[in-house]
Design a protein around this ligand. Structure first.
Ligand code: 5GP
Length: 347
């Protein structure tokens, strides 16, 4: 047994220090990014915020809304859409703002192969998602998918440490997904004791990825637009949001009415609710679980998008960053808490 004494930080442990700025308005800030992916070689231009591949978040309706509002954000579709619906969707929607998601379990890979036979050039980005990205089995899986789709961008994870980021990038991943335990409906930290404070995970993983020409996506733990700004400030190239985009018309979930108030159920993808819905029961081997919560129904997502994008623009003006790329260079974090006393605060 070993104890690491270094301080590890979460979003709540820091604030971004304001800096002298020549910007007069947040309208002057460009929050799109241009990337060229290491392995696929494809170019990306957009606002690098991704709706998580969860029921109630990574939906067709969310993707349509992102396009309609010209938010520039993208959606990782949840992996439970049947193939005919996927074909129908991709036939009418541009692929630029969508990530096609697969996991390692079940018939996800066969579904992808089948989809690629039917529509060989419709998808340009894949999100390969497992709860624990540390297994050798996962790395082998990543390599096989990379061999299968050499020119499609692959985002894969989740991991939280630099050495595993490097291994995944060297195995063919373009964007490594970073985050174990910070999710709003994730109970991994409670159930297993495993996790890593998200801000430190982002700082360390971004450094490892950028050294190899790869990118990272900070996944989980953002509860307000300021957390997204902190994630970008810490070096994230993309930020993935679950809870912040749940409970809207675009969630494709039933709206529950109780005592004159409207609610929507939001649940982790390895919660009892998701397992029962998609697999007919909870698989015994799942150690990391998720919970189900009832959240207020918020109406259309477009107001939330304005808040999110406005918050990030504003953060840029506070530190004098003309664009999102400069935000990280101009970020100085101030620690506002002592070492975390309650790591279960967010789970
Ligand atoms: P949020 O933005 O809600 O804080 O976090 C979203 C992220 O939580 C997702 O992108 C995913 O990585 C993670 N997540 C979603 N469902 C579950 C779950 O059931 N268990 C765990 N451990 N993580 C989950």
């Amino acid at each position: 047994m070993r104890i690491e004494e270094d301080v590890k930080l979460d979003f709540k442990d820091v604030l971004i220090r304001p800096k002298r700025s020549t910007l007069s308005s947040r309208k002057d800030v460009d929050i799109t990014r241009d990337y060229q992916f290491k392995w696929s070689g494809r170019r990306y231009n957009g606002v690098p915020i991704i709706a998580a591949n969860m029921d109630g978040v990574g939906t067709f309706d969310m993707a349509k809304s992102f396009l309609k509002t010209q938010s520039g954000m993208s959606v990782a579709l949840h992996k439970h859409y049947p193939i005919d619906k996927l074909v129908e969707f991709f036939d009418t929607s541009p692929p630029e703002s969508v990530w096609y998601s697969i996991g390692m379990a079940g018939d996800d890979r066969e579904k992808l192969t089948e989809f690629l036979k039917l529509r060989p050039s419709k998808i340009d980005k894949i999100c390969l998602d497992v709860a624990n990205g540390y297994s050798e089995h996962f790395v082998d899986f990543v390599k096989r998918v990379r061999d299968q789709v050499p020119d499609i961008t692959i985002m894969a994870g989740n991991v939280v440490t630099g050495e595993m980021v490097e291994e995944l990038i060297l195995s063919g991943v373009d964007v490594v997904k970073v985050g174990i335990g910070p999710g709003s409906v994730c109970t991994t930290r409670k159930m297993t004791g495993v996790g890593y404070p998200q801000l430190s995970a982002i700082i360390e993983c971004a450094d490892a990825a950028h050294g190899l020409g790869g990118l990272i996506c900070a996944d989980g733990g953002c509860t307000v637009p300021g957390d997204i700004a902190k994630a970008f400030g810490a070096g994230a190239d993309f930020v993935m949001l679950g809870g912040m985009l749940a409970g809207y018309d675009q969630s494709e979930q039933e709206i529950i009415e109780e005592n004159g108030k409207k609610y929507v159920r939001f649940y982790g993808m390895s919660s009892d609710t998701a397992m029962t819905k998609h697999k007919g029961g909870v698989a015994e081997y799942r150690a990391s679980e998720g919970k189900t919560v009832k959240i207020p129904y918020h109406g259309d997502v477009s107001d939330a998008l304005q808040d999110i994008l406005g918050g990030i623009r504003s953060a840029c003006t506070y530190v004098g960053a003309r664009n999102l790329k400069e935000l990280s260079k101009r970020t100085t974090f101030i620690r506002v808490t002592q070492q975390i006393n309650n790591i279960f605060g967010q789970s």
